[in-house]
Design a binder for this molecule. Sequence first.
Ligand SMILES: Cc1cc2nc3c(=O)[nH]c(=O)nc-3n(C[C@H](O)[C@H](O)[C@H](O)COP(=O)(O)OP(=O)(O)OC[C@H]3O[C@@H](n4cnc5c(N)ncnc54)[C@H](O)[C@@H]3O)c2cc1C
Length: 819
Amino acid sequence: MALLGMYILVTLACAYVRTSVKTWTLATAIVLIASIVLTDSSFWAGFFILLLFALPALFLNIKSIRQQYFTQHFLTFFRKALPQLSETERVALEAGTVHWDAELFSGKPNFKRLHNMKKPELSTEEKAFLDGPVQTLCEMIDEHEYNHVKGDMPKKVWEFIANEKFFAMIIPKEYGGLGFSALAHSYVLQKVASRSAVAGATIAVPNSLGPAELLLHYGTDEQRNHYLPRLAAGKEIPCFGLTAPSAGSDATSIPDKGVVCKKKIDGKEVLGISLTFDKRYITLSPVATVVGLAFQMTDPDKILGDREHLGITLALVPSDTPGMDIGRRHLPLDVLFMNGPVRGKDVFVAMNAIIGGEKMIGHGWRMLSEVLAVGRAISLPSSSTGGAKMVAYATGAYARIRKQFNLPIGRFEGIEEALCRIAGKTYSCAAVSSMTAAAVDRGERPSVPSAIAKMHTTDMARDIIADAMDIHGGKGIIMGPNNYLGRAWMGAPIWITVEGANILTRSLIIFGQGAIRCHPYVLKEMEAANLADEEESLKTFDHLLFKHMGYTFQNAVRSFFMGLGSWRLEPGPGDKFTKQFYSRITRYSAAFGFAADVAMLTLGGSLKKRESTSARLGDVLSHLYMASAVLKRYRDQGEQSADQPLVAWALHHHFYEIEQALKILSYNFPNKAVGFMLRRTIFPLGTHELPPGDRLGHKVASLMLSPNETRDRLCDGIDKQVSENNLVAKMNQVLAKVIDTEPLERRILKAEKSGEIDAIEPTEQLNQALERDIINKSEFNTLTKVRAQVAEVIAVDDFPHDAFDRTQAYTTREEAKIA
Ligand SMILES: Cc1cc2nc3c(=O)[nH]c(=O)nc-3n(C[C@H](O)[C@H](O)[C@H](O)COP(=O)(O)OP(=O)(O)OC[C@H]3O[C@@H](n4cnc5c(N)ncnc54)[C@H](O)[C@@H]3O)c2cc1C
């Protein structure tokens, strides 16, 4: 029994420290032989244990044996069980690169890779752009006027945006663009979005999935030289039309057609495409001069070759081409950026309109997937982060300024809870946004991180604005120039829906793509199984399979012992404050690696249809990624001790969500016995993580309620310049004065309670306080002024009785064509 115990112990220890099979063999052999020799074990006990060791040792170490008796048969089974990837899935898988996301799959992330990622920094030129044109644009913004009065930005704002090359941040300088880094692009969007969703969306689109990005990657020289300088100079306004009434999330099912044909133009026969399409929800289309279009290309007369169906193809179509029906507008939740349908019937374009020329016919979906991996990393994560920072900056100030029951509302525990959710999630949004933008700057196409960033920053931004609305009460509800929140609340579902709707992204993309893309072995095993050379295929597959089995076993053992508490002993980076967090990431990475393998092994191809399982595994990967981003941001910002409550809140939140996702996954696992085994392995002592606690929450909320460096760092990069339309900046100016006058207010309150002041009306109260020497004349003047400013901050708008008769402004129901 002692020998068996020793054998198991050495095996578990080797798995825990992740040794190779050879090291395990050697270590076990030495320990067993030494035990047999040094103890008085019987011959048969020694013989039995050596046999028990030799069988797996031979099997694992002698490749020819295991290949012949195991791998060969398993390979046949694997090939049959291999999920058939559709063309769309294959393209999506190949579209991206992997980096930190793959480390999180490893079960033991190498934090040096996280730390070695260059600290994101802006160039002098980029900083000057943010302080110059971006600041000027922010000062021009009047969101109420765009949305409620005019339904559009004024001409001078459009011209400013175009002339200052806001549409050309990603276009290289050689074509006249700004050639900015992804980080600068992200910061510009954050700052603009912190002031206006309309201006933010207008700028985001041409720099994201628009024609410029497609032309840069795939355009012919002729197309680049024609379009890029014109787009950079703002002479062309682009849009991109993919979505059709019948094809939203399932974008590869677009029915729009492009038929290869010839047409006589000025007496000459021109080879081209006749396009018939119906696109909806297309951002910037009502003002676009050039439309990027995705369509199914067919060649029924076999003019180009012997294939009739050529696949999804992309073309650039000038909006004044005969047959184009463009210009009408949708009304996206009262956030009136330009958005509308684009239709066309028998629109003829020459073959040189195809992006990338004839060689790119049929490659449209791959082109879009590759571009999406980059664009999605920047546009919505940045806009959501800008919005979140604005909301955090505004709500902290409002909660200190606004009083009820003679106390700032931010001092009530209920409000504190909501305030710290706002602060913690804003920290995470900013961290994820800059880490993902930095990946793009390193030349990566982060398909899995960009899906995580898009889904979670928009989701957290929606939570943040919901909490802020609750804290603001009626002030957030009554629309008008004095409302800086309501529009962000209304717009939140837009960002959830676009660029991959969130439910779909969570259920299908994050883990669905991540499992194969980032897993250390699965994609390689699939490739090995498909090798044409049978001998090579068996050899490579065998090598990968046994490494994979070792990885799964090691993750199981590590999960179990770390579940018992050994994660605290994990060697890792970090100081007294951060070490525990790095170790927790290691713990959950092992648990995630094990759970992912169990799911793939037991569910195989059907995992694709088990969306809830896939979504929960995706949640674990996402929260691991976000927790890493939080630690990276804290490190990049110089590990400021004052920021620790925020960092700790965000991390405890992510770890709690990871445990919940794993727990719910195990309870709902399709096979109950497997779910039970999973739960007992990962949580042998049950789950322990709690949501961030009240004491920590109190510290976080306090940081939000007064001007300080932590709050400034949290809300960095947004427009804090006091100007006529920047109510949030004005309110923060008042915040400092409110805090200065709080001792005076307390004196007055004390006098009121003692009966020295009996007036109820605020002005009379102040007069009494002055008359009865409770405050002096100078204090009276200060308080009068500050109280007036507070009244301005908490004011809401009212309008003439007939102000909302919009019959002149909007088309009637009868006139609105169904888009
Ligand atoms: C304001 C706005 C601007 C836009 N701008 C553009 C643009 O410029 N160009 C462009 O081409 N498109 C644009 N879109 C379209 C946008 O990309 C689509 O709205 C989006 O892809 C979702 O499609 P849908 O609205 O038809 O929803 P649907 O596809 O009908 O989805 C409805 C719901 O079902 C969920 N769902 C769908 N399939 C699955 C699944 N397999 N598993 C789980 N859940 C699923 C979705 O997540 C969603 O919650 C825009 C949309 C809006 C609203």
